[in-house]
Design a protein around this ligand. Structure first.
Ligand SMILES: COc1ccc(C[C@H]2SC(=O)NC2=O)c(OC)c1
Ligand SMILES: [Zn+2]
Length: 263
């Protein structure tokens, strides 16, 4: 789908050396969520995620993470409600993780890392006709962040984990069908934090309404270990690099308020 074909990233991962010029730069992501500084907003609505598993298309290792891509040419898989105006189409989801269980998430809660973080990426199809447009516009994107913690095995995730060896190297793609990403949402989707931020990789555009779920999902140690078996490098490269620590450093809040949907 278009949403990831433009996911053009520098071929190495020097993106961890932050690019110098950042667009605007006063609403960058990720951030630390200081729980006691967040503001309860009773006007925040419940999230409405309606995903059709038949829109699932493929898994792709883009040299930065692995993306599960969805057909976003119709309104079959959408997110609305919460802090959002209108309907946002699901285009892909991906993860960020560490080399061990001590860190790996992009956002932190009271400075505490989780071992990994899921991002479900949606774009505002009411206002834009292409993902590429939405990426450049304020309120163009909505990303749901779900923290992963180590615990019991996640049965829904296992189907995805089993497919990862087929996309071990950068630029590998494998067909992946009928995956319902709702199974990766926590049982409680009523409690979330939301704030105005950005993409966490280049082009770092300040187009994202972030919706971070309070309740993490549990995955097993072994399932996370398979994430770490992926490679940043393509099959041709002589030096193989493990795909780990693919998270951006924390960014200044610059006076932004984080709202909570719960008191
Ligand atoms: C050119 O368009 C892009 C480029 C990069 C990403 C991925 C970033 S943004 C996020 O939340 N996590 C990430 O790794 C993207 O996703 C919407 C869209
Ligand atoms: Zn992400």
């Amino acid at each position: 789908s278009a949403c990831s074909s433009r996911f053009v990233l520098s071929h190495m991962h020097p993106m961890w050396q932050e690019p110098l010029a950042i667009p605007g730069g006063d609403r960058q992501s990720p951030i630390d969520i200081a729980v006691r500084q967040s503001i309860f907003d009773p006007c925040l609505n419940p999230l409405v995620a309606k995903y059709d598993p038949r829109t699932c298309q493929q898994i792709w290792n883009n040299g930065y993470s692995f993306l599960v891509e969805y057909d976003d040419t119709t309104d079959k898989s959408t997110l609305s409600g919460g802090p959002l105006e209108g309907r946002y189409r699901l285009c892909q989801f991906h993860f960020h993780w560490g080399e061990n269980n001590a860190w790996g998430s992009e956002h932190t809660v009271d400075h505490r890392f989780y071992p990994a973080e899921l991002h479900l990426v949606h774009w505002n199809a009411d206002r834009y006709s292409l993902f590429e447009e939405a990426v450049m516009e304020e309120n163009g994107l909505a990303v749901i962040g779900v923290f992963l913690k180590v615990g019991k095995r996640h049965e829904g995730l296992q189907k995805l984990v089993d497919a990862l060896p087929a996309v071990r190297h950068k630029d590998s793609v494998v067909e992946f069908m009928k995956f319902d990403p709702s199974c990766l949402l926590p049982s409680n989707t009523k409690d979330y934090w939301t704030y105005a931020g950005s993409l966490t990789t280049p082009p770092l555009t300040e187009a994202v309404t972030w919706i971070i779920m309070k309740q993490p999902i549990e995955v097993s140690h072994d399932q996370l270990a398979v994430f770490r078996s992926l490679l940043f490098t393509s099959a041709e490269e002589e030096v193989q690099k493990s795909m780990v620590n693919n998270f951006r450093s924390q960014q200044p809040l610059r006076g932004r308020r984080v709202r909570s949907s719960f008191s």
